[in-house]
Design a protein around this ligand. Structure first.
Ligand SMILES: *[C@@H]1O[C@H](CO)[C@@H](O)[C@H](O)[C@H]1NC(C)=O
Ligand SMILES: *[C@@H]1O[C@H](CO)[C@@H](O)[C@H](O)[C@H]1NC(C)=O
Ligand SMILES: CC(=O)N[C@H]1CO[C@H](CO)[C@@H](O)[C@@H]1O
Length: 301
């Protein structure tokens, strides 16, 4: 078999060049790490050293995958929290994570908040930034500036801003119809990413991807629809402004260019989030969380 495989490989460049127009443009995915099947990966954050932080809707824990040992281990548990979601880095190895009480589809309104995980010391240092009584079902998290987080409430269809240093917060968008759930699942506003002056967001139960301008003070403008025919979960951007959206229910990762054109890049079951590698060797690798697995595939842009 190995010989046959090798001989096939030898012909591959020829096959590719002669049938380029017939081949699907989908990338082959690699399984980076697989948790037990009960795990539900929600967010991934790539550290500058290449280690991968993983949040889980099924546990109030943050895990870390080490590409050198190819092993994952629990970094920390958050007391009183049963689900972790959005994750973002504000300063080198200072991470912020959304957490709350959610299990088996049952959500506890008012339990959601933001936690800080500082990885600069000898051991991980966890602290509470703020638990917010007005939270319904927080999920997405992104950086507005070095001290300001934007947080999406998937059930309320609202966006909060919060100071990472003081925990002071306020709603900057409240119950926007573009962000509220459409029925079925209680998640509307899902992935959020602040990029180029706008908050880009998916509305997973309404199959939409949109953006809303947000100024430096956190004031929101008018929502602009980008597409309205594909489910979307969390996303990331490349340096050219293409969005890489995990489609969750559609089991794929799509690329959405600045004009809104969608290209399916890869098949990933239950995809929830994407993040680019940060080392020289992985800067064109897109990591994807989906179900209980972290997958990866190469991306050219
Ligand atoms: C934000 O933090 C980065 C380091 O993470 C620093 O290089 C940059 O100068 C900071 N920007 C502002 C406006 O303070
Ligand atoms: C960034 O925003 C500017 C101003 O709105 C716009 O002209 C430009 O096309 C945007 N760039 C990308 C990559 O989306
Ligand atoms: C942007 C977006 O997804 N919009 C949909 C989200 O939810 C509202 C209803 O609350 C729909 O009307 C939008 O089309």
């Amino acid at each position: 078999m190995m010989v046959q495989f090798r001989s096939l490989l030898a012909f591959l460049p020829l096959m590719l060049s002669s049938t380029a127009f017939l081949l699907p443009r989908q990338a082959t995915t690699t399984q980076v790490y697989k948790f037990p099947s009960t795990a539900s990966i929600e967010g991934i954050g790539i550290r500058e050293n290449g280690q991968i932080l993983i949040t889980r809707m099924d546990a109030g824990e943050i895990w870390q995958y080490d590409p050198t040992t190819k092993a994952a281990a629990k970094l920390i548990s958050i007391s009183g929290v049963t689900a972790t979601a959005g994750i973002v880095e504000l300063a080198p190895d200072v991470w912020y994570i959304v957490g709350g009480k959610y299990s088996g589809g049952a959500n506890t309104a008012g339990s959601w908040g933001v936690y800080k995980l500082n990885l600069n010391g000898a051991s991980p240092a966890l602290s509470t930034v703020k638990v917010v009584p007005e939270s319904k079902l927080w999920n997405g998290l992104t950086k507005l500036d070095n001290d300001t987080l934007l947080i999406g409430d998937a059930q309320a269809g609202s966006v909060f801003k919060m100071s990472a240093s003081t925990g002071k917060y306020s709603a900057i968008i409240t119950a926007n119809s573009e962000m509220t759930p459409g029925g079925g699942i209680p998640f509307g506003l899902d992935g959020i990413r602040y990029y180029n002056g706008s908050l880009y967001f998916t509305n997973i139960s309404k199959n939409t991807f949109s953006r809303v301008p947000i100024d430096a003070s956190g004031k929101a403008g008018t929502v602009v629809k980008i597409y309205s025919n594909t489910p979307g979960d969390d996303l990331s951007f490349d340096s050219l402004g293409n969005a890489y959206v995990a489609t969750n229910l559609q089991n794929s990762v799509i690329k959405v260019d600045a004009a809104g054109k969608i290209t399916k890049l890869a098949t990933v079951s239950g995809s929830t989030c994407t993040a680019f590698g940060r080392t020289e060797a992985t800067k064109n690798t897109l990591y994807v969380g989906g179900g209980s697995s972290v997958m990866s595939f190469p991306v050219t842009f």
